[in-house]
Design a binder for this molecule. Structure first.
Ligand code: MN
Length: 351
């Protein structure tokens, strides 16, 4: 860590002990492991914890708790600094603490902000928020801490494990696991179990897992609620693939509609895109229980970066890369959003 960043993270970590804390955490395994690490460390100081609205990345996806607390600690959420500037304005007398390792823009307003990657450090050096926290908390020697630090790494680097690609983060995880009785393979299985909770949009499942993980992360392997969530997630993924409907097919563009209460958007979108490699696949996924959804666009043959830029210029809040983009929407926005998107795509294809 460069000096200034280290100083910022140190100050952030040192300001935390002694305060009562409410934790907001990313819903994935790294977020769960990071919350569990904090819970194990700060015990009764933690008055509660919860993920933001599952699948959504914005400050208004964070529901502020009713409980009394002094510090709001957000871990691994990956939203931009500008979102934290907004969140800051919603807090009254509370202090805001952020720990993250996503490549985002840092905030402008005053807060405790520790994200080395936002200031230019390499994601290789910070493969997970769990490892960042473990390091900042002084590398506690108990196995439970080491396993939690490694679990977050394996969660975020699962694609590397699955494709047998090397990553320095995995070497770090291996070192942490030495002597704990667990290995990368065992943790990879736990990741599938833990991530099932968010796939089925089950917040209670996530909270229960954090409580259990903070006490004994090894026990997650046999946790009945996680095995149930896993089975349910498998079932929902298959159901999603069976129920997705083609609603539009014009030129290279194919639009599919999916209505299901499960966070399966990218899974289904990837499958549809693989089946239609020449097309631009638009998946409109609505989750009734959340009254929100995603428009997910993916193409193997066509680049989407100009679509991405055009949408951004129109003020649409969109994230993505060269071959994929995602827009979050609320129920009443769907029709208009799909219209704008199709027009933008056809304008760019014709240009
Ligand atoms: Mn992470």
């Amino acid at each position: 860590m460069q000096g200034v960043i280290r100083e910022k993270c140190r100050a952030t970590t040192e300001a935390l002990p002694g305060k009562t804390v409410y934790i907001v955490h990313h819903w994935d395994t790294d977020g769960v492991a990071s919350a569990a690490l904090l819970l194990r460390m700060f015990q009764n100081r933690v008055v509660g914890f919860s993920p933001p609205a599952i699948g959504f990345y914005s400050s208004d996806s964070i529901k502020l708790p009713e409980n009394e607390y002094e510090a709001l600690v957000v871990v691994d959420y990956g939203i931009d600094g500008s979102d934290y500037d907004k969140l800051r304005n919603r807090l009254k007398h509370h202090e805001l603490f952020i720990f993250d390792h996503h490549r985002v823009k840092p905030p402008i307003s005053t807060m405790y902000y520790c994200n080395p990657v936002a200031y230019g450090s390499s994601e290789h050096e910070y493969p997970s928020t769990s490892l960042l926290l473990y390091t900042l908390l002084g590398e506690p020697s108990e196995d439970e801490y080491k396993i939690l630090a490694a679990l977050g790494i394996v969660g975020d680097l699962a694609p590397f494990i699955d494709s047998s690609k090397p990553h320095p983060g995995l070497e770090a995880a291996k070192k942490l696991l030495a002597g704990t009785g667990l290995d990368l393979k065992a943790l990879r299985k736990i990741v599938d179990l833990v991530d099932s909770c968010y796939r089925i949009l089950d917040r209670e499942c996530i909270l229960k897992t954090i409580r259990a993980a903070s006490e004994n992360p090894k026990e997650l392997r046999e946790a009945t609620w996680l095995h149930e969530a896993y089975t349910r997630a498998e079932h929902l993924l298959q159901g999603a693939l069976d129920s997705v409907e083609e609603t539009y097919n014009n030129g290279p563009v194919k639009v599919y509609k999916l209505t299901i209460d499960a966070y399966v958007t990218s899974y289904v979108g990837r499958k549809l895109s693989a089946k239609n490699p020449e097309n631009i696949v638009v998946l409109v996924h609505y989750m009734p229980s959340q009254k929100r959804g995603f428009v997910y666009v993916r193409s193997i043959a066509h680049r989407l970066d100009r679509v991405l830029d055009a949408l951004k210029n129109m003020g649409v809040k969109v994230g993505g890369k060269t071959n994929v983009l995602v827009v979050e929407y609320t129920a009443h926005e769907e029709e208009n959003l799909v219209k704008i998107l199709l027009k933008t795509i056809s304008d760019i294809l014709r240009a």
